[in-house]
Each structure stands twice: as structure tokens, then as C-alpha cells.
Ligand binder design. Sequence first.
Ligand SMILES: CCCCCCCCCC/C=C\CCCCCC(=O)SCCNC(=O)CCNC(=O)[C@H](O)C(C)(C)COP(=O)(O)OP(=O)(O)OC[C@H]1O[C@@H](n2cnc3c(N)ncnc32)[C@H](O)[C@@H]1OP(=O)(O)O
Ligand SMILES: Cc1cc2nc3c(=O)[nH]c(=O)nc-3n(C[C@H](O)[C@H](O)[C@H](O)COP(=O)(O)OP(=O)(O)OC[C@H]3O[C@@H](n4cnc5c(N)ncnc54)[C@H](O)[C@@H]3O)c2cc1C
Length: 616
Amino acid sequence: MASMSVKHAIAAAKKLRSLQERFNPGGSDIYPALMGDEAITALIPSGNPLSVHILMFTRALREQGTDEQYEKFGRRADNNEIIGTFAQTELGHGTYLRGLEARADYDRGTEEFVLNTPKLSSYKWWPGGLGQTCNYCIFVAQLYIDNEAKGMAMFVVQIRDEETHMPLPGVHVGEIGKKMGLNGVNNGFLGLKDYRVPRLNMLMRHQQVLPDGRFVKSPVSQVSYFPMVFVRCMVARQNSNYLAQAATIATRYSVIRRQSPIEEGQPEPKILEHLTQQMKVIPEIVTAVVYRLAAANLQNMYNETAEAVYRKDFSRLPELHALACILKVATSYDSTYGIERLRQACGGHGYLTAGNLGNIFAMAAPACTYEGENSVLYLQVGKILMKNWSQVLAGRELMPSMAYISECSKMTSFPQWTGSWECLLKAIQYACVGSIRLAFQSYNARVQSAQSQTAAVNYSGLELTKAAELHGRSYVAGNFYQQIVNSPNKHQRSPQFQKVLENMLELHLIQIFFRHLGDILRFIRITEDEISALQRRLEEVLKELRPDAVAITDAFDFNDKILSSALGCYDGNVYERLFEAALKHPLNRKSVPDFFEAHLKPFMKENADNAKKSKL
Ligand SMILES: CCCCCCCCCC/C=C\CCCCCC(=O)SCCNC(=O)CCNC(=O)[C@H](O)C(C)(C)COP(=O)(O)OP(=O)(O)OC[C@H]1O[C@@H](n2cnc3c(N)ncnc32)[C@H](O)[C@@H]1OP(=O)(O)O
Ligand SMILES: Cc1cc2nc3c(=O)[nH]c(=O)nc-3n(C[C@H](O)[C@H](O)[C@H](O)COP(=O)(O)OP(=O)(O)OC[C@H]3O[C@@H](n4cnc5c(N)ncnc54)[C@H](O)[C@@H]3O)c2cc1C
């Protein structure tokens, strides 16, 4: 499987090169890379062994290395002359970066770094492509000068001979084993023993070690985390894509499959006529659209911030970090749960490999873990919200994506309930700010009672993650509302198209309202009649969107090869394709399976003989 994946990945990387030359000759524009990776990722159901090379290795060389280091390593990596990965996570640590054990000791006598993974737990473990594909990596280690820890640093390390691909002396490298999915990625392990690299193999755009061993600190230590921010932004886009693929499959299947008359004596309807089926499928279509728009916004913010960082302007890093965390978590959680809901909406056939929903789930699910485990990133955002609440209390302005927090903090109570879109959006934001306030009271009380910040974060963790989740909902719903209601190109849309978009906004806001009704009722008084009115509107908007469901998913424009699903094929010949896939199963090559003579027949005969004996 790994070699097949590498073969496909190389073919797509060549396509990527031609895309790059067509779209942006000689440039390093990321979009062809992403499209290439999107195509590679979609066309290789077992995952792309070059993903981390494309998305992290090449970018770290560009963003963390000096111009000279880019010339020496980065250009060859961009040109796929060398293939690398990003080796940060260890067997013993993934989340807690300050606990990483791999070390780099500076030897001023030879102007080299001596790299070691001192214990088994220090082995790098998980990096994509590390097992067999890569001959280089970015090796993340704790930097030591005269045995004094200086923090994390990144090193360009060659791990295999470029001609023979043999591991170099001092390198212990291999595959970590079978996973739930992505088994074409050859995630690997890496141990280094007294492995020496020249001083100039440490990426030094932001921090330096001079020949005499003097250390020049980075102006902003977090800029070394920047490669992770990029992938978090990509996860938001990638996982909204996976959800869109699953929604396309389930929607098409739901208008082919007929089951259970709604009226006695009537013919069996398409299952998408059942209201409960509409509630399983249509909200997922809308969620895919909502996150695709949010991910595009985030991508633009990433590009602007990356350019600013290149100019040593780090001012927008904190906001990008907060948004990248919140969107990576929200899209990976909601897409993973959504794909499973869509699989279940396809009944038994949804469980067949030929439907491909299981594989899409297996591709989407690890995004809840990699690039920052989701609850850890929620806690990270919770901490940032605490800092921002202190700013609110001090009357200071907040970053643009948190401006609503200041506005809501000035409201002494929630205005008269109208049920309008603005009202629903404000309710979600108001509940978020109420949750932030409560979390802050708990957190601050702990800090005031002499608990350390880290301990206070831990013991306030449930409230911090709730506040973070509601902040994510507020940001995503607010972004969708702006794009539908206040977009500058709204007038270019046909009235019919605008109506479909507004129906999607209606559904998204009501769905989020009901999902967080408990959180909202904690801070806002809403009557039973007002809630029942929203229930009616939910049923109504599902009915309104039902006729557009297929057209919206067709607009995602996935061809049959990308969907790779007998349930979601464009021509709708589901049963013929399921049967065709079944007949291809190896067990159907013979009428009598080999195990009959070897196992089943003796087993049945032994039971029959025993039965006869017991009668005698
Ligand atoms: C479909 C189209 C797209 C095409 C396909 C795209 C596919 C994309 C996805 C698939 C690709 C590849 C496959 C998967 C690759 C996966 C690769 C990996 O997993 S790499 C390893 C990832 N590991 C992590 O993410 C580690 C998680 N841990 C952390 O990030 C940090 O430990 C922490 C943030 C949890 C804690 O940071 P720490 O410094 O230890 O401590 P503090 O929390 O106190 O933070 C101090 C200070 O720094 C700020 N901060 C933290 N992180 C960042 C950051 N990233 N950027 C900016 N600022 C940061 C934090 O807010 C604090 O600030 P203060 O002001 O001091 O409070
Ligand atoms: C498919 C895949 C691909 C990957 N690719 C790469 C790669 O290319 N390069 C790379 O370097 N890494 C890679 N990783 C590793 C990935 O980045 C880590 O698995 C991830 O960062 C989580 O760290 P961990 O595995 O140590 O989990 P842990 O941090 O051990 O998490 C276990 C549990 O502990 C909890 N926990 C941890 N810390 C805290 C805390 N402070 N507060 C509360 N709870 C906490 C977590 O929430 C979680 O529930 C990959 C992982 C996967 C699954």
C-alpha cells in the first residue's frame, strides 16, 4: 500500500508542478500545492505520504530558515529533489512541546550540533512519510549550549543516503505500524545517536547560535510554532472538504434509495422525503459550506500574517493562533461526527467499503488529534479568552475576531426576543460571553487563591473549553451571516440563489441554537412558545432546502473518482455498482470456498456424529 501511495503521490506531485508553472511560474504560491495535495489526498484513499513534505517540510524551510538556508535546502525541497517531513512529536510527548526530550548540544570546537534521542520515549514518533519515504526531516529538539537549555529549535537533518536511500550512520528509522486509516502515509519513528550536523543546519531566521556559541533569542518565541498554524488552517479546509464529500454521497443515495411509505397505500418515497432523514443530511451539507467559507477566510488571514511575519511584524500572530486553533477544532470535530451521521443515514449500505464513507471518516478523524489535540487547543483558546476578558475589564480594545465580546459585555440584559437572524446570532454570542465571564470568575478565584496559572487553567478546564467552543460557534456563525447578508457581492447573486443561501443561514443559526439551547437558556429568557416557533421554522426550512439538496452538493463538484463511492455515483446506478463491487470480492472467485473442506465440513460432521452418539 505504501509503494502504491508513493507512486500516486509522485504522479500527482508532477501534476502539481505543472499546475504551479501554469498558475504561478517560478513562484511558491501555496494554492497549487494545496490543490495538488487535495487531489493527491482524494485520489489516494490511504493518504498521501508527501502531505507533510508539501505542507510542513518545505514551508518550515521557507519560513524558519534564512535566505541562504532556503537556497541550500529549501529550493531542492520545493523542487522535490529531496523529500522531508516534520519530526516534532515523540513517543513520549506530542502536546507538551516544552517536554520534548530530543536534544541538540552545540559543539563550538567543531561548530556542529550533536543530536540525540536519549531514551526510547525521546524517539520521534508519527511524522508523516518518515517510515520509508523521506530522506530528510526538520528535527525539532531542545537546544543546549554548555548544557544550558535554550528552548526548542529546528534542524535540517538528512536521514537517508540520497542515492541508496539507506539510513545514515547514527540513524534508526522505520514505520510505526498499521493505523485506523491513512495506511499509505508510512508515519515513522526516528532515533538519533550522537548524530552531528553543521551549525548552519539549525534554522536561524528567527533565532541564532553564533560560531562562538552565543545564542541570539527569537524576538517572539512562538514564531517557531508557525508551521503548525499553517496546517491547522489547512485542516479547516481539508476537513470541510471531507464533510462535503460525505454529504454528496449521502444526499445522492438519499434520492435514489426508496423505503417505507409515508402515507398508507402510497408508493415508497425517496428516503430524503422523510423529515428525520432531511435532519440527518441537509444540516451536514450546510455545515460543509459554512466551514469552507470560514476556512477560506482563515487562509486569507494566514497569508497576510505570513507576509507580515516575513517582515518581522508579529502583531497578528496571537489572533491567527486563536482562530487557527478554534477552526481546526470545530471543523475536525464537526466533520468527524457529521460523516458518521451521514454514514448511518445510508443504512446498511453505508457500512460497505464500496460506499467509501468509512474511509472518508478514517481520513477525517485523525485531524481531531494531529496538529494539536482538540481539547488541548480548546484549552489554549480558553486561556486566550481569559486574557482578553481581562482586557475587557480594563476597558481596552480586543482583536477584531473578538470584538463581539466587548459589545456583549456592555449589555446589561438580552434585548426583547425577536427570533430574527441577528437575534439568534446575538444569542449565541451573548451565551459565549456569559460563559467567558463565568469561566473567568472561576479561573481568577483560583489564581487569587495562590494557584499557579497552569493549575488554574486545569481546574477551570471544563468552563474554559465550553467558552472556547461557544467562541468558535460565534465566529463561524458570524462569518456565515456576514457572507450571506452583508457580502459586497450580494447584488451579483440571482434572487433564487440568494434565497437558497438565506435558507442555509436560517438552518445553520437554528441548528446551532438548538445544539446550545442549554448554554443559551443559562443567560437568556426565552418562552416555550418562542422555542416552539423555532422548531416549526426548523421543519419548514428543511422542507424548503429539500429540492436544492442535490444541486448544492453537485456544486461541490466532486467527480466519481474523488468520491470513489457506489452510493454517491453521479449516474445514480447504486444497486448495479454495489453488486459489481460485490462480485469483485476475492471470495466470489470460487463457488465453494477453500475453508469448507478444511474447516467447516469437519466441524459440521463432528457435530452430527456427536448428536448421533448422544441418541444411542
Ligand atoms: C483540502 C485542501 C487542503 C489540502 C490538504 C491539506 C491537508 C492538511 C492536513 C493534513 C496534512 C498532514 C497530515 C497531518 C500532519 C500533522 C503534523 C503534526 O501533527 S506536527 C505536530 C503537531 N503538534 C502540536 O500541534 C503540538 C501541540 N502543542 C502546542 O502547540 C503547544 O504545546 C501549546 C499551544 C498547547 C502550548 O504552548 P506552550 O508554548 O507550551 O505554552 P503556552 O500555552 O503557555 O503558550 C505560551 C504563549 O505562546 C502562545 N502560543 C502558543 N502556541 C502558539 C502558536 N502556534 N502561535 C502563536 N502563539 C502561540 C500562547 O498563546 C501563549 O501566549 P501568551 O501571550 O504568553 O499567553
Ligand atoms: C495521523 C497522524 C499524523 C501525524 N503526523 C505528525 C507529523 O507529521 N509530525 C509530528 O510531529 N507529529 C505528527 N502527529 C502527532 C500528533 O501531532 C500528536 O499525536 C498530537 O500532537 C497529540 O499529541 P499526543 O499524541 O502526545 O497526545 P497526548 O497529548 O498524550 O494526548 C492524550 C490525552 O491527553 C490530554 N492532554 C494532553 N495534554 C493536556 C493538557 N495540557 N490539558 C488537558 N489534557 C491534556 C489530551 O487532551 C488527550 O485527551 C501525527 C498524529 C497522527 C494521528
